[in-house]
Design a protein around this ligand. Sequence first.
Ligand code: ADP
Ligand code: MG
Length: 398
Amino acid sequence: MNIHEYQAKTMLSNFGVSIPRGGLAYSPEQAAYRARDIGGKLWAVKAQVHTGGRGKAGGVKICENEDEVLAAADAMFGKRLITDQTGPDGKMIYRVYVEGCVEIEREFYLAFVLDRAAERVTVVSSAAGGMEIEEIAADQPDSIVRTFIEPAVGMRDFQAREIAFNLGIPAPQISKAVEAILGSYRAFRNFDASMVEINPLALTRDGDIVALDAKMTFDSNALFRHAEISELRDKSQEDARESQAADRGLSYVGLDGRIGCIVNGAGLAMATMDMIELSDGKPANFLDIGGGATPERVAKAFKLVRSDDNVEAILVNIFAGINRCDWVAEGIVQTLQNDPVDVPVVVRLAGNNVDGGRQVLEQSGLPIIHAETLSEAAQRVVEAWTNSKQSDDKARAS
Ligand code: ADP
Ligand code: MG
C-alpha cells in the first residue's frame, strides 16, 4: 500500500528527519492560506498523487506569492496528473501540499528497499539525486551505492556515517545526515515498510539536510498490525477494479487485451496469460480467486471480470487441489444461469473430481466451451473471441 508524500513526510519527521514547513490543502483558497501561514517568500505547490515524476509533469509548481499559489493549486485540483509512471489515465488530484521552498545546494538519492535475493533490507544511495533512480542507473550507475543491513543487529551508526561520507556530504552536516538516514531506517522497520524513498534528500545553502520528497510503501500483509497506516489508504489513487477485488479477497490485475481470465493461483495466472499470448490473443485482466473457489467467489469473479468493458471473451482455468472440480463447476453454472453473459466462455478444469465437474457443465445445457488442456483452452478462447468479433462485424455491416 502506498501513501502520499505529505503523509510520508510527517511520519519521517516523527523519526527525526528534517522536512520543510508545509501544510495540506483541499482547495485553492486553503492552499493560499497555508502559504501565508508557512511564511517566507517562495513556496512549492505539490500535487498529492501516488506517483513519482510529478515535477516533470506539472505536478510541482514553485510560486512567489499567494496569488500564484492560489492559481497553481486551482490549476491542479480535479485534474488527472499523467506522469511516466501512471499510465495514460493518470491519477486524480484531490489534495495539494504547500511547502516552504529551500535553496538547494545539492540533491541526493536515498532509499530503503527489501533485497529478496540478499534477504536483507538494503540502503540504496547516490550523490546524483533529483532524477528518478531508473535514470541514475542508466546515466551514472557507478554513483549508486548499496549497503546491506544485518537483520539480527539492524542498521549501525557506522553504516549511516559511511553512506553520508560516500554521498560527499560536508563534514559539518554529517551528523544531521546520519540522523536522517537512521531515522528513515527506523520508520521503515517499525512500520513494516517495503520501501522508503527520499528523492531528493537536499543539502541546503544554509547547511541543513532536508527531505524534499518522500515516498513510502507498506507490506499489505502486515497492515493488520498497523491500524494507523491502514487509515492513510487513499482509494482514489488505486485502480477501482483492483481495490474492489481486494475488498472481496480476490486479486485482480487489469491489462489491455480483450480476454478476461479467471484462475486460481498466481502461477497458473502467469501460465494462462503466456498461453493466451502464444495463441495470438491478449489478456484483458486476470483474476485470481485463490484457494477456495466456492460458488460465491466464482460469482464475484465473473461480476468483476465482466465489469471491464474490454472483456470480449472469458477463460476460466481452474486447477482443483483442495477444491473439487464439481463444486467449482456448480459455481460456474449457477453464476451463468443467474446472470448470463453475452461473450464466449471457455472452461478448463483439472484436478480433483474433474469428471464430476465436466458432467455438471455438460448437463447444464449452457453454451460453455470445454477444453482439456491449458493450450487447448487458450486456443479455443482466442478462436471463440475471433469468431464472435467477426459475427459482430457482420451484424454491424448488414
Ligand atoms: P517528483 O519526484 O514527483 O517530481 P519532488 O517532490 O521530488 O517530486 O519535486 C521535484 C523537484 O522539485 C525536486 O527534485 C526539487 O528539486 C524541487 N522541490 C520540491 N520541493 C521543493 C522545496 N520544498 N523546495 C525547493 N525545491 C523543491
Ligand atoms: Mg522526487
